[in-house]
Design a protein around this ligand. Structure first.
Ligand code: AMP
Ligand code: ZN
Length: 481
């Protein structure tokens, strides 16, 4: 860990305690972070992307605050069933059959698309992105340990985790197991000792394509097992942070804890973070229900950076209803920031200004507040208040010709945007000269009464994503790409 004296301590809301807690990593030199990744069978929707983007933000913030980090995020490519009670069918096999495609082809295509989509919004790739199908041997080993320790039992080629052997099973999600037994789960597999037991290994029917040899049957692993296995393999038996969507609390993460802690006898993760749902028309955006907006479509509509900006606007633990109308208004807000920045940079370059060393207290405080907001459980809405404030300062300093402060404020703006992974369209001296020259030409044409020609010059710039704003005494411009 590098020197973090300048940064406030990070606090994270830990689902384990239902409280914000000061973040203290096990090993100060390397924070270990596992986030549950995509089940790769459908287009990534805005909800998935928002959740992955938050883990990208967390990684950026930890590194910005001086921590070294190892971030693992898996791809689920086998065993995620359509039904949480182990009764359903593998989501990937089902989709592949519909598309008349081999599941492995579908998986490879979806992983490529996943990166293609997220790369467009400057996604910070995890250090490792392991796939479940590449860890079948390790998963079988973990099941063997669980059987040996009396936490798992074999029935008809399947292996189940016996939740009655893990007394704290219901703690994490505050589950009411009595009611569960009383009939909440009607469709229960008869082989299970307790209705809440879950599958570690599932015997595959002959027509099932993705099946693997095991001591119990030709089959495939239960979904939850992969995350326990890969987190332990790549990060250790106790990790610092484990994250996922809020839907993971009652089943997936509850089961991951039981498996991991059952096998190792150690606490699995010190901090558990959960991202709230994005809804659409009030209903959880979901691939299986088909009510979703693909992230690709949103990027096509808004552009890359405005999409990233939009997804980071709400706090990650706040439920948000997605609408294209709101997304478009957030796009406008993004370009208002870009406008302030571009006008500020233009002003400095036109004045050929070099930064002088001066007292920059006012603006430094804004950066400190920005840091504090991020340290407060990734409070992005508050962090963006500070970004707005600095943009306003840029406008003020430009108008008041306070060039040193203006230079410093534009630099802080760049820093803040960089921390949250937003790429601001850059402008340089040459571009400013070129556009200024075109606008001068337009002005001359206008004063000569050549309106059509003047409009053509304007259109030339507009086609290149310049926004031209005629003010009373001058014309201003900035670029939307
Ligand atoms: P899946 O591929 O369905 O396992 O989802 C990938 C990730 O996106 C998981 O962490 C989910 O919890 C998360 N997720 C799924 N739906 C939503 C949603 N509507 N809003 C936010 N996150 C979601
Ligand atoms: Zn997981």
């Amino acid at each position: 860990m590098t020197d973090t004296n300048d940064f406030p301590p990070i606090h994270l809301y830990n689902t384990l305690s239902r409280k914000k807690e000061k973040f203290e990593p096990i090993n100060k030199d390397l924070v270990t972070f596992y986030s549950c990744g995509q089940t790769v069978y459908e287009d990534m929707h805005v909800g998935n992307a928002k959740t992955f983007l938050i883990w990208d933000l967390l990684s950026r913030v930890l590194r910005y605050f001086g921590y070294n980090l190892k971030h693992v995020q898996n791809f689920t490519d086998v065993g995620h069933l359509t039904d949480d009670n182990d009764l359903g069918e593998d989501k990937i096999e089902k989709r592949a059959r519909m598309l008349n495609e081999h599941p492995m082809e579908l998986i490879d295509r979806k992983i490529n698309e996943y990166y293609a989509d997220l790369d467009r919004i400057n996604f910070l790739r995890p250090d490792l992105a392991p796939r479940a199908t590449a860890h079948i041997t390790e998963m079988i080993d973990l099941i063997l340990q669980l059987i040996e320790k009396g936490h798992a039992y074999v029935r008809n080629g399947c292996v189940y985790f016996d939740i009655s052997t893990f007394p704290t099973y219901s703690d994490f999600a505050k589950l009411d197991l009595k009611n569960l037994k009383a009939g909440a789960r009607i469709d229960v597999i008869e082989d299970k000792k307790n209705p809440g037991d879950f599958a570690l290994w599932i015997k595959a029917p002959p027509e099932h394509i993705m099946q693997y040899t095991s001591p119990w049957s030709k089959g495939y692993p239960g979904w939850h097992l992969e995350c326990s296995t890969m987190a332990i393999k790549y990060l250790g038996e106790t990790i610092d942070i484990h994250a996922g969507g809020i839907d993971h609390i009652p089943v997936h993460h509850t089961n991951e804890i039981a498996q991991s802690e059952g096998a190792t006898g150690k606490k699995f993760s010190n901090y558990w973070l959960h991202s709230e749902f994005i809804t659409q028309d009030g209903v959880k955006m979901s691939k299986s229900k088909g009510n979703f907006t693909a992230i690709r479509d949103l990027i096509d509509e808004l552009g890359a950076s405005p999409t990233r900006f939009t997804l980071l606007q709400a706090h990650y633990r706040t439920k948000g209803d997605f609408s294209m109308k709101q997304a478009k208004s957030s796009r406008k807000r993004y370009f208002r920031l870009v406008r302030s920045y571009h006008l500020g940079v233009q002003h400095l370059i036109r004045k050929n200004h070099q930064v002088q060393h001066e007292e920059f207290n006012q603006s430094t405080q804004i950066l400190e507040k920005f840091n504090k907001s991020l340290a407060d459980d990734l409070n992005t809405p508050q962090a963006f208040v500070q970004v707005n404030t600095i943009a306003k300062r840029i406008d003020q300093f430009r108008k008041s010709e306070n060039l040193n402060q203006l230079a410093f404020a534009t630099m802080l703006f760049e820093t803040m945007m960089n921390v949250v992974g937003l790429i601001i369209p850059a402008i340089d001296e040459r571009e400013i000269d070129d556009v200024d020259m075109m606008l001068k030409l337009r002005q001359n044409l206008r004063s000569e009464g050549k309106v059509k020609e003047a409009d053509a010059v304007r259109q030339f710039l507009v086609n290149r994503k310049y926004v031209i704003q005629d003010m009373d005494d001058q014309t201003q411009w900035y670029r939307e790409e």
